[in-house]
Design a protein around this ligand. Structure first.
Ligand SMILES: *Cc1c(COP(=O)(O)O)cnc(C)c1O
Length: 227
């Protein structure tokens, strides 16, 4: 397993479309992140607050940390001082909490609205209507310490490539629509469509992804244990 070579290989595929790579290091030890860091890589994704905080403390401070998973409101305070991008905003209440904690740190935190594009009901995310309601709300316009810079979505876990493609396509279409409708707001600057993982990032790129979140194809498969 050569982490640097894996990153290089994926980046080669991302270059023609200028798509950014988030190296998803969840469950992997800090040493593996350090290894990638030493070859010049700076953008990493984690899905657990505590794990990201511990890695942030242990590793160089110029790492760009992306929180890619579900985020509970009561944990926002731990990542607010340093998080670079929150991918999984799936509730107005969560956005409000990010705004509040960002204000305490005297910073603006960039966020993506997570849309539910998969057929499974196990995946988090807003409906298109709910996301629009957030952006159109007076409460949101008043938030000075968050900036909505894009959308994020996860396709259904399936071998049906057409279905995956259609789900990604629906997210890109929605992104283009809200860009027209809401980009004039002071805390909206829609640039990123975060979609694509190890198994489907090539389809995602073809469908307009600007940011892929790739873990196992870089760091190897993850072993989960309940013990
Ligand atoms: C784990 C995870 C990824 C990366 O998954 P791989 O299949 O290992 O590339 C991407 N996005 C989210 C939200 C994840 O939780």
């Amino acid at each position: 397993m050569n982490i640097a070579q894996n990153i290089e290989k994926i980046n080669t595929k991302l270059t023609p479309t200028n798509t950014k790579l988030v190296a998803v290091s969840k469950t992997k030890p800090a040493e593996m992140i350090q290894q990638a860091y030493d070859t010049g890589w700076r953008r990493f994704g984690e899905n657990k607050v505590q794990e990201m905080v511990e890695k942030h403390e242990a590793l160089p401070k110029d790492i760009e940390w992306h929180l890619i998973g579900h985020l509970q409101s009561n944990k926002v305070k731990y990542i607010a001082p340093f998080v670079s991008l929150v991918h999984g905003v799936d509730k107005a209440k969560l956005l409000k909490e990010v705004d509040k904690q960002a204000a305490k740190c005297d910073r603006v935190i960039n966020c993506l609205l997570q849309l539910h594009i998969a057929q499974e009901d196990t995946k988090f995310g807003l409906s298109f209507a709910e996301a629009r309601d957030i952006l159109a709300s007076e409460e949101f316009v008043a938030m000075k310490n968050v900036c909505v810079v894009g959308v994020m979505g996860m396709a259904t876990f399936t071998d049906d490539k057409t279905q995956i493609r259609n789900e990604f396509r629906s997210l890109k279409i929605f992104f283009d629509e809200i860009k027209t409708e809401f980009n004039h707001l002071p805390n909206v600057d829609l640039q990123e469509v975060s979609m694509g993982m190890s198994g489907d990032y090539e389809i995602a790129i073809e469908e307009g992804s600007t940011m892929v979140r790739v873990g196992s194809a870089i760091f190897g498969s993850r072993v989960y244990s309940n013990q």
